[in-house]
Design a protein around this ligand. Structure first.
Ligand code: GDP
Length: 295
């Protein structure tokens, strides 16, 4: 929790700091208070739609006289934010194939390394599939992570078919009795149609070659991009069935509130958050801890 709290320091400044000073000068809770609160939430990247929903629920409670003091307003706000997050339903039941999708630069490769480390630490056998064959650097970087964490990486030459990399990883996974295959994917959003076709093909190969496996796709989003992350998520959601979100780079950004907007506007669970560049800097997301850390 301390690590999370430390990571969210800037978000806390922009959110809790402002909420505190608003409430300090509010002797009673009225429409003005709610309007100012609305502005604070929008500035903290919680998103316009989500903020309006939160404020209208608070307004009802104020009307029903369930909220009278600034302390009660703050508590009610925290509760409403916690309620925004869908229940994270993500069990890894081996054999599992996890496709990691997202735009270049959001932290996909790093996250795969961290995830592999996490699963391995829990006693699972992991294999990585370097299916971002578009960039030679991506395969190289994944190999470095594989070495660092001590898991096998299946790779082909630059430019080869991503689906054939996954095909090989599945064969290796079966032969080596791996529990989890984590598959990197390309993230070129400007060739949207190709990218989406490629992801669908990876899905088809998984289903065909490994019918026993549970297939999920996790979308990696970069918290520092704020509302842009929501736009990316919408595009990916059109193409693949997203099981959940991994929100990276929460450390050092004031835009951590975007986690609330993602959960509310896309109705997708945030499963993990990245809080640094190290192998151990990936945490399972807990809405209660998150809300405590930003207030
Ligand atoms: P990819 O292009 O999506 O595969 O992104 P990379 O995994 O190469 O990451 C891009 C940069 O973001 C690298 O410098 C990573 O070290 C950094 N990065 C990834 N996740 C985090 C995080 O949670 N916190 C911080 N501070 N940096 C991160």
């Amino acid at each position: 929790f301390d690590r999370l709290k430390q990571s969210l320091a800037k978000t806390r400044d922009s959110l809790a700091g402002k909420v505190e000073s608003l409430l300090k000068f509010s002797t009673k809770i009225d429409e003005d208070t709610l309007e100012e609160l609305e502005e604070i939430l929008i500035t903290a990247d919680i998103g316009v739609d989500t903020t309006e929903k939160l404020i209208s629920r608070l307004r009802e409670k104020v009307k029903a006289e369930k909220i009278k003091s600034p302390e009660e307003l703050k508590e009610a706000l925290k509760n409403e934010i916690i309620n925004v997050f869908p229940e994270p339903k993500f069990d890894i039941i081996p054999p599992a194939i996890i496709l990691i999708v997202g735009v270049n630069g959001v932290g996909k490769t790093t996250t795969i390394g961290k995830l592999a480390y996490k699963f391995k630490s829990k006693g699972k056998k992991v294999i990585l599939a370097a299916a971002d064959t578009f960039r030679a650097a991506a395969t190289e970087q994944l190999s470095i992570w594989g070495q660092r964490v001590g898991v096998d990486v299946i790779k082909h030459q630059e430019g080869s078919d991503p689906a054939s990399v996954l095909f090989d990883a599945i064969q290796a996974g079966k032969a080596r009795r791996a529990d989890i295959i984590i598959c990197d994917t390309a993230g070129r959003l400007h060739t949207k149609k190709n990218l989406m076709e490629e992801l669908k093909k990876l899905y088809r190969v998984s289903e065909k070659e490994y019918p026993e496996a549970r297939i999920s796709s996790l979308l990696v989003l970069d918290a520092t991009t704020g509302q842009n992350a929501i736009a990316q998520a919408r595009i990916f959601k059109e193409a693949v069935n997203i099981s959940g979100i991994i929100l990276t780079k929460l450390d050092g950004t004031a835009k951590g509130g975007v986690a609330v907007a993602i959960a509310s506007e896309l109705n997708l669970p945030v499963l993990f958050v990245g809080v640094g560049e190290g192998v151990d800097d990936l945490q399972e997301f807990d809405p209660n801890a998150f809300v405590d850390a930003i207030f």
